[in-house]
Each structure stands twice: as structure tokens, then as C-alpha cells.
Design a protein around this ligand. Structure first.
Ligand SMILES: [Cu+2]
Length: 118
């Protein structure tokens, strides 16, 4: 009976030594994720809007209105046609709203109405 017990213990010890995992092997490997870069920038939601603008009297008005619109955060481009009394704005809807653009035109001293979007 003692011999059997001894044999059993020896066998278990041998199995553990040969087949058992060392702590290093048992420890889970670090997940192979790529290092986290900075958060990706959201995709711009590019849109166009056209405004009817009243109050421009000369080329300087049109130039300064276009420049003022381009300074608004989220505006990608602005073109103003004095003869048509129109301002066309290309903007990122993630960063600016049409309401904000209207405010900006009014702050520059002109009356403005939304003409078309898209
Ligand atoms: Cu002017």
C-alpha cells in the first residue's frame, strides 16, 4: 500500500515537472493590439449652403464678407458674388451650423437669408 502511494506521488511529480506549465508559460501573453494611436479625427460632414445677402455695396464688402466667413470655425470655403448678392459656403456640419453662419454674416453687418442647402 505504501509502495503504491509512493509510486503515485512520484508519477504525479514527474508529470507536473514534464508537462506542467511554469508560471511564465501559464501567464496570459499581452494582447497583440497595435499601440493605441490618438483618437481618429471624425470624418468631416461636408455640406454647402447658399445665402442671399443684402447690404453689400462694393467689391470690398464682398471680399471682407468672404474673408469673415472663412474665419468661422468649420468653414472650408466661402465665395461671395456681389452682383448676385449671394454667398456660397462650404462647411463641415460636424463643426458649424447654418445658424452660426447666418449669425456670422449678420455680425459682419449684412442682412442674410437662407437660399438653399446641399
Ligand atoms: Cu463695400
Amino acid at each position: 500500500m505504501r509502495h503504491l502511494l509512493l509510486i503515485a506521488i512520484t508519477a504525479i511529480t514527474a508529470i507536473t515537472a514534464l508537462g506542467g506549465l511554469t508560471p511564465a508559460q501559464a501567464a496570459p501573453a499581452w494582447p497583440a493590439f497595435a499601440p493605441a494611436a490618438t483618437a481618429p479625427a471624425p470624418q468631416p460632414d461636408e455640406r454647402r449652403v447658399t445665402f442671399a445677402v443684402e447690404g453689400m455695396t462694393c467689391g470690398h464688402c464682398a471680399t471682407s464678407l468672404a474673408a469673415g466667413l472663412r474665419r468661422v470655425e468649420g468653414v472650408l470655403d466661402a465665395r461671395v458674388a456681389l452682383d448676385e448678392r449671394r454667398a456660397q459656403v462650404r462647411y463641415d456640419a460636424q463643426r458649424v451650423t447654418v445658424e452660426r453662419l447666418i449669425e456670422a454674416v449678420e455680425e459682419l453687418g449684412y442682412r442674410v437669408e437662407l437660399e438653399s442647402e446641399g
